[in-house]
Design a protein around this ligand. Structure first.
Ligand code: NAD
Ligand code: DAU
Length: 351
């Protein structure tokens, strides 16, 4: 079996669901259930003995040691993190505690577990660390996309914490030989994404007639990847990646934010007619806002034969439809905590 951390979050839940749709190998899912973790994402697995959910923190070494001893996973896929840049600007502490200290604690316990394995079990063990393109910093308009050897230049507390965790993972391979792999992926979108991130926020706000807040001039560029393509890339890295290597994952889909917002408005207009474009509102920019990210995903294609399946056009259509069909899910995540965050954050952006 495999151990997934953060499997109740956006990418983690998609990963667990896709894994079990394609394989009977059980998954232990360790998740703290922060505001971003939601067991409703995994409701379709209720009663499925292949999914073992453990409520816990990656900082809790005793708990992790016990579950490693009990279940003997052949791999750890580490997704658990604080993931929202805007939150990291307001309250960086949780990012340091989970993304840096938590990754260190998990790595350390994984190392002792791996060291005690013998023969083939030790050889086959893998620790896959799921990271982000934001560790590379910001690109100028015409600069070439990030390759795996691009220098690390993180600019937000979030990306700095992810960069630190990547370096720890690298060190555990280099110093102790732990068979780690690092993936650095671009912006994901798809089902179950918490509506604090650009794409679901725009869909959810538009459907309730609220302003669509575009930071600064809206010309910042992100490289979008449909979440299921990210999950298939992680599976491929686990299956065939070389320990100690890093793989960049991206969708070859660079788009300015304002174009994304217009595409969402057009799609909503087609599927649920109303004038959504009039809701677009330019607001105060995010401090330290990175201008452009772009991933050069040639290494994973060349070495592991992975390429995304969805284009942006097919992926965004599926995503908008999913949010239209799952308004109960949206209503449920609109808890008191979420509402408080949205109100205070966008009050500041109103400037
Ligand atoms: P998310 O915020 O939706 O989910 C994170 C999950 O981790 C939640 O279920 C949460 O409860 C859990 N978690 C948080 N702290 C924990 C702790 N201390 N112990 C155990 N569980 C904890 O995040 P996401 O967007 O699904 O991102 C998953 C991973 O992928 C993160 O490591 C993120 O850095 C990385 N990533 C995300 C993107 C993206 O576009 N979303 C792109 C590249 C990489
Ligand atoms: O690049 C990968 C990263 O992508 C992941 O590592 C992060 O976990 C994930 O959150 C994401 O970070 P971003 O900061 O790029 O994503 P976000 O959805 O917050 O914002 C996308 C762009 O849209 C960014 O340029 C800021 C802008 N934006 C965002 C929000 C929430 C707006 O203009 N208005 C908004 O209200």
């Amino acid at each position: 079996m495999i151990l997934v951390t953060g499997g109740a979050g956006f990418i983690g839940a998609n990963f667990v669901l896709d894994w079990l749709a394609q394989s009977d190998e059980p998954v232990i899912n360790l998740d703290k259930l922060t505001y971003a973790g939601n067991l409703q994402n995994l409701a379709s697995l209720e009663g499925d003995s292949r999914h073992i959910f453990i409520h816990g923190d990656i900082n809790d070494q005793q708990k992790i040691a016990t579950l490693l001893k009990q279940y003997h996973p052949r791999a750890i896929i580490h997704l658990a993190a604080e993931s929202h840049v805007d939150r990291s600007i307001h309250e960086p502490e949780a990012f340091i505690q989970t993304n840096i200290v938590g990754t260190f604690r998990l790595l350390d316990i994984a190392y002792y577990y791996w060291k005690e394995q013998e023969g083939e079990a030790q050889q086959a063990f893998r620790f896959v660390h799921v990271s982000t393109d934001e560790v590379y910093g910001s690109l100028c308009k015409d600069a070439p996309a990030f390759t795996e050897t691009h220098p690390y230049q993180p600019n937000s507390p979030y990306s700095a914490s992810k960069a630190s965790s990547d370096q720890l993972v690298r060190a555990y391979h280099h110093t102790y030989g732990l068979p780690t792999l690092i993936t650095n992926c671009s912006n994901n979108y798809g089902a179950f994404q918490f509506p604090e991130k650009l794409i679901p926020l725009m869909i959810v706000n538009a459907l309730s007639g609220k302003p669509l807040p575009v930071y600064g001039d809206g010309q910042q560029i992100r490289d979008w990847l449909y979440v299921k393509d990210h999950c298939s890339a992680i599976r491929r890295v686990l299956q065939a990646g070389i320990p100690g290597e890093t793989y960049n994952i991206g969708g070859w889909n660079e788009k300015p934010n304002i174009e994304i917002v217009h595409i969402i408005c057009d799609l909503l207009n087609e599927l649920h007619p109303a004038d959504y474009h009039k809701l677009i509102k330019y607001v105060t920019d995010r401090p330290g806002h990175d201008r452009r990210y772009a991933i050069d995903a040639r290494k994973i294609e060349r070495d592991l034969g992975w390429r995304p399946v969805e284009t942006f056009e097919t992926g965004i259509r599926k995503t908008v439809k999913w949010y239209l069909d799952h308004q109960d899910w949206v209503a449920n995540v609109h808890s008191g905590e979420y509402r408080k965050w949205i109100e205070s954050h966008y009050q500041e952006h109103a400037g």
